[in-house]
Design a protein around this ligand. Structure first.
Ligand SMILES: Cc1ncc(COP(=O)(O)O)c(C=O)c1O
Length: 386
């Protein structure tokens, strides 16, 4: 019973908001406590035993995350969250880009839209946004159709945080590569749910957050190909990123990832993140999505029977629904009063909703601790609320 590992799920609660953040297993909570009780010291600075252990913990976390996504440890940059990772990659790529347009989609989370909007404005580039189809899904061809020799960057999602639809990144990265464009994948909703191997995706960078995969808040990942990272200057400057600073300054940067991790990092978060990855590996990452799909299908069918419309086609871990005669916030509020935690509104993807002419949806999102009983209790609550 997975649920038993999660203290927050022991009450009378049906938690269906894991796309926003997941609950944490006891193992992760314990790891964070253990770090502060036994290992707390700053990293890469002290030479005493405690500092050595803390540094080791931090470096091991890079190694663990790297193994988890098929990368090299030096390609793993720890940041605050997926949003920071996407902003950072936009700033880093601005050092290398050539071309007159950036391609993205109208179905992106604002975190994978606004950094590209800013970069395109600053550089006088055109921002081309692929439009979703009637189901709110972006077929890969709609992205690749916008790519030409002038495309500098293609930034897109792996799994949508609104429809749960999973794109095939290889189809996009192949076309982008042919055009000489960099590819950035927002993997916030994919890395937590399915096995991801960065070398198979063919993209240049991916971003995700630990808190959406059982880990703590305050730590996220930018993965970027080593050959790109090694050509780039840091954007955040300070301690921990230089191997020397002369009297005239002229700093000599350390190698990645330290070059891009200025200041004191979130070591306790990294330790908790390691514990989360251990938990996912012992559960079996490949088992997560098939289990969620079954529950998502049951949710979708039950909702359609009750007259709701549901975004997307192939529901993975996310089911966003609406009915024109119902206010999504009121519905989510009333479900909340029944102990059912769902999200309502635009889910930080307002352009998608606006394009579809929908003034908000209710989103039920699943993770490995959800089960058939949660689906039953969701519908019991929904029927009472209706
Ligand atoms: C697809 C997607 N991208 C980016 C983000 C931003 O993640 P964070 O808030 O952890 O920075 C989210 C969060 O909901 C998301 O779902």
């Amino acid at each position: 019973m997975v649920k038993e590992d999660f203290p927050a799920l022991q009450g009378n609660i049906v938690y269906l908001d894991s796309a926003a953040t997941t609950q944490k297993p006891r193992q992760v909570i314990e790891a964070i406590k253990e770090y502060y009780e036994r290992y707390n010291a700053n990293v890469h600075r002290g030479i005493y035993e405690l500092a050595r252990i803390s540094t080791e913990i931090y470096e091991e976390a890079h190694e663990k995350v790297a193994r988890f996504i098929g990368a090299k440890p030096q390609e793993i940059i720890f940041v605050k969250n997926c949003t920071e990772a996407l902003n950072l990659v936009a700033q880093l790529l601005s050092q290398l880009v050539e071309g007159s347009n950036i391609v993205s989609t109208l179905a992106e989370h604002h975190s994978n839209l606004l950094p590209w909007w800013k970069l395109s404005k600053e550089r006088g580039m055109e921002l081309r946004l692929a439009e979703p189809d009637a189901d709110g899904v972006i077929p890969e061809e709609r992205i690749t159709d916008l790519v030409d020799e002038e495309t500098a960057i293609v930034a897109f999602h792996h799994s949508s945080n609104v429809s749960g639809h999973i794109l095939d990144p290889r189809k996009v990265s192949k076309a982008a590569k042919k055009a000489g464009a960099f590819t950035v994948l927002d993997a916030a909703q994919s890395v937590p749910h399915l096995p991801v191997d960065v070398r198979e995706l063919g993209v240049d960078a991916i971003a995700f957050s630990a808190h959406k995969m059982l880990g703590p808040m305050g730590i996220g990942v930018l993965w970027m190909r080593e050959e790109l990272l090694s050509r780039m200057e840091p954007v955040l400057l300070g301690g921990g990123i230089v191997s020397s600073v002369d009297l005239d300054l002229s700093p000599v940067w350390k190698d990645p990832p330290q070059r891009f991790e200025a200041g004191t990092p979130n070591v306790a978060g990294a330790y908790g993140f390691s514990a989360a990855i251990d938990y996912l590996l012992s559960h079996g990452v490949e088992k997560i999505l098939p289990e969620e799909r079954k529950l998502a299908r049951a949710l979708t069918e039950g909702l359609k029977e009750r007259g709701f419309k549901v975004l997307g086609r192939d529901h993975t871990s996310i089911v966003s629904f609406w009915r024109e005669d119902l206010d999504p916030h009121l519905l989510a509020y009333k479900l909340g009063r029944e102990g059912v935690c769902v999200r309502s509104g635009y889910h930080c993807a307002e352009p998608l909703h606006r394009h579809l002419g929908i003034s908000g949806t209710v989103r039920a999102s699943l993770y490995l601790y959800n089960d058939g009983e949660d689906v039953e209790r969701f519908f019991e609550a929904l029927d009472r609320v209706m």
